[in-house]
Ligand binder design. Structure first.
Ligand code: 1GP
Length: 251
């Protein structure tokens, strides 16, 4: 079954019932066989969507092969592009990114202009997403020339989130970077939510990077995150994934 054109609607429907978990698979680090295995574990652990993307070494062929393997399961696959070579016609949807704290104009307009035509021609559902890089930032932060917002400045994260919401993003993705030593601070979510509600705007806040324990996931949920993205844990400690998802969803 194709999810094309129905992914955003399904995210909203799912959120009405529960918080949402996304499993990130990096086609550079994961073979198609491993991707299929991770997707199976993720879905049986309660994950809702598979994100596919990476910042380095990702080829169009590798992305296609990984998505084809995941598509054995009836799960929406969303591209989370590190670059245009992540955009695959096999994907159902794409986080169409505005990297709000990149210092590089390429990531504010040219990448979107180039990507828009590819997304349209491949009939991929675009989900306008504002990407806010906090603290560690990781490889993604380095590659996109982000100026990561210090962990100690949650009010600055919130000001970015408010701007994202005012510019019409449907999702705000607060990113500490894959493998970050600590996740985005919970205050950043609390303050973001407060400002966005004050402005009477409606946007989902998802958070990712460095979440390795149920306790860390619970703290982010209690702070008001709508969605959690994890990547590394499914590769390194898949037996922990179900507990992390349960803690985040509050089941
Ligand atoms: C990276 O936020 C994601 O974009 C996932 O990070 O690999 O640390 O779970 P982890």
């Amino acid at each position: 079954m194709s999810w094309k054109g129905r992914v955003w609607k399904s995210i909203l429907e799912k959120r009405r019932k529960s918080r949402i978990h996304f499993t990130l698979i990096d086609p550079d680090k994961t073979s198609p066989d491993d991707a299929e295995n991770i997707a199976r574990i993720a879905l049986s652990s309660g994950s809702d969507y598979i994100l596919v993307g990476g910042s380095l070494g990702v080829s169009p062929e590798g992305t296609d092969a990984v998505i084809t393997a995941i598509k054995k399961y009836n799960v929406p696959v969303i591209i989370f592009p590190g670059a245009l070579n992540n955009v695959s016609p096999r994907a159902d949807a794409a986080f169409f990114l505005n990297i709000i704290n990149s210092d590089d104009p390429y990531y504010h307009s040219i990448a979107q202009v180039q990507g828009a035509l590819i997304v349209l021609h491949h009939n991929i559902e675009p989900i306008p997403t504002c990407y806010v890089i906090v603290g560690y930032g990781g490889t993604a932060g380095y590659i996109v020339r982000a100026r990561p917002i210090p962990y100690e400045k949650p009010e600055l994260v919130a000001a970015h989130s408010l701007a994202c919401a005012m510019m019409g993003s449907k999702i705000i993705y607060l990113e500490a970077g894959s493998g970050a030593p600590k996740s985005v601070p919970p205050e950043a979510i609390v303050y973001s939510r407060r400002l966005i509600e004050k402005a009477s705007l409606d946007v989902l806040i998802i958070v990712g990077g460095g979440v390795r324990s149920p306790e860390a996931a619970r703290i982010l949920a209690q702070a008001g995150a709508d969605g959690l993205v994890t990547g590394t844990i499914a590769e390194e400690n898949p037996e922990l994934l179900a507990d992390i998802i349960r803690a985040f969803k509050g089941d």
